[in-house]
Ligand binder design. Structure first.
Ligand code: ZN
Length: 406
């Protein structure tokens, strides 16, 4: 039997469904300040499972109770090295009463698994684990290494991905499939994000004598009013994409005063705003920063005596793109056809993922492709379709065997 046929036949749908449901049943909402609310339990499950399959396992302590777990197949030092990437954290379930199915019950109804993280992204992680296990069980000798990475903190500051990039295993990566819920479309582009935290500083004064002060709120109001202009300038700078919405600039936080008690008759000394800036591929960090700098300068000019500065929260996550000529992309296009019998469908990732960090820090090609509807993550009654889940595991098997030619 050909290697691929044999490996695909070893993807067991029932085992995959059971594994996904097990992962969903282990809550991994991160609640800062609560030492028990993190990825520890699900990471321990993944580690135990990988060891049980005979994977070589590396556990990386990223923060207290927050380990990255990596399972490795193939010989040490063999290249290239392909990562199947998933994250173990999930966002909050919100009000459980708003759910039709309990958020951590992993109900299986009419071919769908329900629960927080069902799509984003315990399904993708389980599909990656099962794909690697099928390859291992097939006995094939890979031409390189296959790594399944279960990383922490994707929904937060992406500490897991950032940490991985600083480790020897991370630096040895050649390419990555990011198993996020993109309805199994091949996404070669991801939108970028910069959260610009803006601080305006003026001079405190009595509200009855505004001429004695300098009002930072006036400057921030000018900045917010000017946001459409910043958006237009960024759209001119960024490349148009068939798969991504164009850049947007959205004020999401505005606060004043930033110290002391708000008082109706006091002009505050300082005010804060945050702009959520979304990007498509094209400009580098310096070019984006220059546009935000200029918007801040124009706003400061509108309020005498006020200065404005800004800094990115969590740095720049630029938009990413890889070319269709990349060996990983070619491998995946063929893999979708062989695994599902259908041609590949293309898509784009509306936000940033751990793949953004891998692309920016390591420069490696990434393709985002995984089971689950693109709009389902973070919603009530989040779910994943079992048929799509099984397809994903089969795609990963075929892609890994094509990229790491035995
Ligand atoms: Zn995710």
């Amino acid at each position: 039997m050909p290697t691929l046929t044999r490996a695909l036949s070893l993807v067991d749908a029932d085992e995959l469904v059971a594994l996904t449901r097990d992962l969903v049943r282990i809550p991994s909402v991160v609640r800062p300040g609560d030492p028990d609310a993190n990825e520890a339990a699900v990471a321990a499950y993944v580690e135990r499972w990988m060891r049980g399959q005979g994977f070589e396992v590396e556990v990386q302590a990223v923060a207290s109770g927050r380990p990255n777990v990596l399972g490795v197949l193939g010989e040490r030092g063999a290249t290239p090295t392909l990562l199947l990437e998933g994250h173990t954290d999930v966002v909050t379930e919100g009000d459980p009463a708003a759910w039709t199915h309990p958020p951590f019950g992993a109900d299986l109804v009419d071919g769908k698994i329900y629960g927080r993280g069902a799509a984003d992204m315990k399904a993708g992680l389980a599909a990656a684990m099962i794909a690697a296990a099928a390859i291992k069980r097939s006995g094939v000798r890979l031409g390189g290494r296959l790594i399944v990475g279960a990383l922490v903190d994707e929904e937060g500051d992406m500490l897991g991905a950032k940490h991985l990039c600083t480790t020897p295993l991370g630096r040895e990566l050649s390419a990555a499939i990011v198993c996020e819920p993109e309805q199994n479309e091949l996404c070669l582009e991801q939108r970028g994000v910069v959260w610009a935290r803006v601080t305006a500083r003026g001079r405190m004064a009595h509200g009855a004598m505004p001429e004695a002060g300098a009002n930072p709120i006036t400057a921030l109001a000018a900045l917010v009013a000017d946001a459409p202009r910043l958006e237009r300038r960024l759209r001119a700078l960024c490349t148009r994409s068939r798969y991504l919405r164009p850049p947007t600039v959205t004020p999401t936080v505005i606060a004043a005063p930033v110290a002391g008690v708000p008082q109706s008759n006091v002009i505050p000394a300082a005010a804060h705003a945050t702009l959520d800036v979304r990007l498509t591929p094209g400009p580098d960090a310096a070019a984006v920063a220059k546009e935000i700098d200029e918007a801040c300068r124009r706003a400061a000019d509108r309020a005498a005596g006020v200065t404005i500065d800004w800094a990115p929260i969590n740095g720049f996550r630029l938009a990413t793109r890889v070319e269709r000529t990349e060996p990983l992309v070619r491998a995946m296009v063929g893999a979708v056809r062989r695994a599902t019998g259908r041609p590949a469908r293309w898509g784009g990732v509306p936000g940033s993922t751990d793949g953004t960090i891998l692309r920016m820090e390591l420069g490696i090609p990434i393709v985002t492709c995984g089971p689950g509807g693109r709009l389902i993550p973070h919603q009530v009654d989040e779910h994943v379709d079992v048929a799509e889940l099984v397809d994903a595991a089969r795609i990963y098997v075929a892609a890994a065997l094509a990229y790491l030619k035995p």
